[in-house]
Design a protein around this ligand. Structure first.
Ligand code: UDP
Ligand code: MG
Length: 345
């Protein structure tokens, strides 16, 4: 299972941790301590890849120091904030391990749970996700909206996206290579892993409070993630537009017939202005709504056809050995490898 050794004689890591970072200076010292403790406990070589998603605080300075002093730590600095889902993708592109674990920086995904994920992976599961049984320190609103979202998504998509599961998971090499072949811009990572199949299972854990700092997912970002999730995995909203359009046209036709009859058989009564206004505004409202739904899909297509790179890497720290290992392993060239090679000249 273990990849070929690199030229430097280092074993390629078996486990890769991928941790996205966006303005996490408050939690980083604690995080690094917990991650180091975890790496020490693992039964094989491991790397921790931090992906800085355009932080504007001191996170990067701290992480550069870590990546320089501890050979197991690596840092990818993106050129700006690309968003959580893309940051995860960048980290997974760079991961050299046979099992890759994605976790949040704020210790809401407790590092100790990784040991349970690994145990399941060793039983032969390709994808092991961590399911939240209890969510501490999150507002009632966040819990209610999350629960509503997962249930609605389950109704609307044809893919099974497990409930109460975030992006905290372990994926094996096969799943990771499949993921790398999925070029879509609109990345709803948990849906993409749901889509690909393989043997999947869950490990339960209680989600603690954020250890420090504050959430990087304000309300509007959550809504955007939810909309992306639905749009990229379901065409139900489009069909909804079709059926609603049909129903409303039918209703309008009936009204027309009614208007015609009253014009023919009632004597010179001027019918209400109110009903006209109501009908017109109702119809234009529905019209705008449907156009909006279609616009979301068209916007998705537009983003895809531009074929821009998913993310831009500004700087890499601590990757040199990993590149050598990957060259030896003759891994298929991917976005991240190309970036690494450019840098090494
Ligand atoms: N994050 C990121 N880019 C962003 C927003 C968040 O990389 O634009 C990272 C953040 O640093 C954290 C993870 O994504 O490691 C989850 O964010 P957060 O804990 O704030 O979300 P919540 O748990 O509140 O949903
Ligand atoms: Mg969090």
């Amino acid at each position: 299972m273990i990849n070929a050794s690199s030229a430097a004689g280092n074993k390629a890591p078996v486990y890769s941790l991928v941790i996205p970072i966006f303005n996490e200076e408050a939690v980083l010292p604690l995080l690094v301590r917990r991650i180091t403790a975890l790496l020490d406990k693992l039964d094989a070589g491991a790397e921790a890849i931090f992906v800085d998603d355009g932080s504007r605080d001191t996170s990067v300075i701290f992480l550069r120091g870590m990546a320089t002093s501890d050979p197991r730590f690596r840092l990818i600095e993106l050129s700006r904030n690309f968003g959580h889902q893309i940051a995860i993708t960048a980290g997974m592109d760079a991961a050299a391990g046979d099992a890759v674990i994605v976790m949040d920086a704020d210790l809401q995904d407790p590092p100790e749970v990784v040991l349970d994920l690994i145990a399941k992976w060793k039983e032969g599961y390709e994808i092991v996700y961590a399911r939240r049984t209890k969510r501490e320190g999150e507002t009632l609103f966040k819990r209610a909206s999350a629960s509503l979202f997962y249930r609605a998504l389950e109704q609307m998509t044809s893919v099974t996206i497990p409930r109460d599961v975030g992006d905290f998971r372990l994926v094996g090499r096969k799943a990771l290579d499949t993921f790398k072949q999925m070029p879509e811009r609109d990345r709803f990572v948990r849906g993409m892993f749901g889509w690909m199949g393989f043997k999947q299972t869950a490990v339960l854990f209680e989600r603690p409070e954020r250890a420090a700092g504050e959430t990087k997912y304000p309300f509007w970002k959550m809504v955007r993630l939810a909309v992306h999730g639905v749009i990229s995995f379901s065409d139900k909203p489009l069909r909804l537009a079709l059926w609603a359009g049909l129903a409303i046209s039918g209703f309008a036709a009936l009204l027309g017939v009614y208007a015609l009859f009253s014009w023919m058989f009632t004597s010179g009564v001027v019918h209400g202005w109110t009903s006209t206004v109501v009908i017109i505004s109702f119809l234009s409202g529905i019209n705008l709504f449907m156009t909006g739904i279609i616009g979301l899909y068209v916007g998705g297509i537009h983003a895809e056809v531009k074929r821009r790179p998913l993310y831009v890497v500004d700087r890499l720290t601590g990757f040199e050995e990993a590149v050598a290992a990957m060259r030896n392993a003759e891994a298929p060239k991917d976005r991240m490898l190309a970036a690494r090679e450019r840098r090494l000249g």
